[in-house]
Structure formats: structure tokens, C-alpha cells
Design a binder for this molecule. Structure first.
Ligand SMILES: Cc1cc2nc3c(=O)[nH]c(=O)nc-3n(C[C@H](O)[C@H](O)[C@H](O)COP(=O)(O)O)c2cc1C
Length: 322
């Protein structure tokens, strides 16, 4: 039977456009008691760094209305351990794997990219320049257009594997940064990472997170993610991997209609570990009921007239005037 969900993402044939979000699926096998991970389109693995990292001190998670704050701080076993475990993971996980790479300084990004390039079990690389939970690197690169340019350009030089650049939503002008990373050779863009936030324990008069601030994820950020994906999709021609608060089939369809060619599921999987399977079934049903022969027909379809009244109200511009 024709698979209405099959798609190609950065040259990789995927059974469906559903991936995991980095940091929410471990290294690929942690969810296998809940569903067969081979049902996914691809798996984006937890962020890795050159050296092992213990992550941040103290409380790392706080629940918020419609979401959560995390300040895990990129805890991971480091590249050497990653290289050892990947072959056995690949034996069980017969889908494209995406390594999420991180660095404190430019040289570390380049070094880790070179290492990942050598790992044959990894099909794609997600360059994370948007982690808000680490003191150095991460968001510092993604929030500054010239740093984003530099890291994208230099990492691209050492990779032949497709490179997705994961952008930070903690910026005023996401479009400018997206255009820059496309110019510098990104093959795809991932949007969005978490939004910087905080929570306070009023009894103790202290921040809840040990790191004081953390990244907000979950349904609370969905409208922002959709807005950024839409804005970016209007100006770039490389594919977008969309994420940020997806918890249902309807959400997934919204992301695709806004301009995402594939989607990643993160926080939503903590509350509902079978979410990928539910969304996969939901998307299939939606395609059948709406006579859509392939899901890719829906990418970016929101009708321009849908924005017309909005544009008129703003006096002919999408820009928010501050
Ligand atoms: C606990 C946790 C850990 C995360 N770790 C990473 C990471 O290592 N690398 C990364 O690029 N994003 C990381 N993220 C961000 C997610 O991949 C995703 O971009 C974000 O949470 C928005 O999607 P969601 O609302 O569906 O969770 C993490 C998110 C959470 C909640």
C-alpha cells in the first residue's frame, strides 16, 4: 500500500516525518518499552560534547503551566563513549540517526563535528547553537548573527553529512539568523529550542532551578514555534525541522502547514510516551480523509490570504513594530 507519510529529509528517505527532539529520547532505545522506535522517521539523539559533562547542579526541572523548565546543562557521556555505544544502538534502531553536537567555543564545535563525521552509523548532524542552559557556547552562538555565521561556516567545512542548524528562539530577529545560516551552507534548520525562563519558590524565596534560569518547552511555546517556522519558511529554501510543544496530530499538522518538512517530539513524550505512534496514525488518517496522497503536499500550505487581513491591520507589514 502507498505510504502517504513517506518523505525525504536532507537526502534521507524516511518512513514518516516524525522524529524525536534532542534531549527527550536519550540515545534511542530508552522508549522501547512503550513503542518500537523503528516506527519513527528518524531519531535525534541527546546532545553530545567532546568531554563528558555532569550537567547543572541542583534542581534541573520545574513544571510550569502548559510546559516545563529544564536546566539539564547538556549532561552527556562525551564523544568517546558515544562512539562506543552507537554501533550497538544502530543494530536495534534501523532508522536514520541524527547526532546533536555542542561546543563551548568554536574549536570544540569543529572538533566534535570532525568526530561525528567519522561515525558511519550517524546519517545527519544537528548543530545546536541554541542551548540556554550552559554557561559558555550554546545560545551565545545562536543569539548573535555573526557568531551563528562563523560556527555554521566552519562546521560545514568539516562535514559531508547533512547539517541541520538548530536555532535559538531567544532572539529579536529569527529571520536574519536563519538567512545567515542558509547562506553559510546549512542543509536544514531546526526550530525551536527552548525559551529562557525562570520559576521561584516563594516559601524559600529562591529560584526553583539550581541554575536559576532554564529553558521553557511544551505546549506553552507552541504559538512562538509556529510563528518562527512560518516567518523563516517565507525567506529560506532549505527544509525546516519543526518542534516546540507538539502534543497531538493537530499540532503536528499545524507545524507542517506552517512550513516544517519534518517534526520533532520533545516534552510531549514525557507525558505521553506513545505520542509518536498516535501522531503517526493520526497523520495517516488525516491524509486518507482529506485525500492527500503524500504528507509533503501539506508543507507550508497555509494560504497567503489567511494572512491578508492580518497584514492589512498592521498596515502592510508582518513586522512587529516596538
Ligand atoms: C529535558 C530536555 C533536554 C533537552 N536537551 C537538548 C539537547 O541536548 N540538545 C538540543 O538541541 N535541545 C535539547 N532540548 C530542546 C528540545 O530538543 C526541543 O527543542 C524543545 O524542548 C522544544 O520542543 P518541545 O516543546 O516539544 O519539548 C531539550 C529539551 C528538554 C525538555
Amino acid at each position: 500500500m502507498n505510504n502517504r507519510l513517506s518523505t525525504t529529509f536532507l537526502g534521507n528517505k524516511l518512513d514518516n516525518p516524525i522524529m524525536t527532539a534532542s534531549g527527550c529520547f536519550g540515545y534511542g532505545l530508552e522508549y522501547k518499552d512503550y513503542f518500537n522506535p523503528n516506527e519513527l522517521g528518524a531519531a535525534v539523539l541527546k546532545g553530545i560534547t567532546m568531554e563528558p559533562r555532569n550537567g547543572n547542579f541542583g534542581t534541573r526541572i520545574a513544571e510550569t503551566p502548559s510546559g516545563m523548565l529544564n536546566s539539564v546543562g547538556l549532561e552527556n557521556p562525551g564523544i568517546e563513549e558515544f562512539k562506543k555505544i552507537i554501533p550497538s544502538i544502530k543494530k536495534e534502531l534501523n532508522i536514520p540517526l541524527v547526532a546533536n553536537i555542542n561546543g563551548k567555543i568554536l574549536e570544540e564545535y569543529i572538533e566534535i563535528a570532525k568526530e561525528v563525521e567519522k561515525i558511519k552509523e550517524i546519517e545527519m548532524v544537528e548543530l545546536n547553537i541554541s542551548c540556554p542552559n550552559v554557561k559558555d557556547g550554546g545560545m551565545a552562538f545562536g543569539a548573535n548573527p555573526e557568531m551563528a555565521r562563523l560556527v555554521t561556516r566552519e562546521v560545514k567545512k568539516v562535514l559531508t553529512k547533512p547539517m541541520i542548524v538548530k536555532l535559538s528562539p531567544n532572539v529579536t530577529n529569527i529571520v536574519e539568523i536563519a538567512k545567515i545560516v542558509e547562506e553559510e551552507g546549512a542543509d536544514g534548520i531546526a526550530l525551536i529550542n527552548t525559551l529562557l525562563g525562570m520559576a521561584i519558590n516563594i516559601k524559600k524565596r529562591k529560584p526553583i532551578l539550581g541554575n536559576i534560569m532554564g529553558g521553557l518547552s511544551g505546549p506553552a511555546i507552541k504559538p512562538i514555534a509556529l510563528r518562527m517556522i512560518y516567518q523563516v519558511s517565507q525567506v529560506i529554501s532549505i527544509p525546516i525541522l519543526g518542534m516546540g510543544g507538539i502534543t497531538s496530530t493537530e499540532d503536528a499538522i499545524e507545524f507542517i502547514m506552517a512550513g516544517a518538512s519534518a517534526i520533532s517530539l520533545g516534552t510531549g513524550m514525557f507525558g505521553n510516551p506513545k505520542l509518536p505512534i498516535e501522531i503517526k496514525e493520526g497523520l495517516k488518517k488525516y491524509c486518507i480523509e482529506n485525500n492527500i496522497s503524500n504528507i509533503s503536499e501539506l508543507v507550508g500550505v497555509i494560504h497567503p490570504d489567511g494572512g491578508e487581513s492580518y497584514r492589512n491591520r498592521l498596515g502592510g507589514s508582518y513586522e512587529i513594530k516596538g
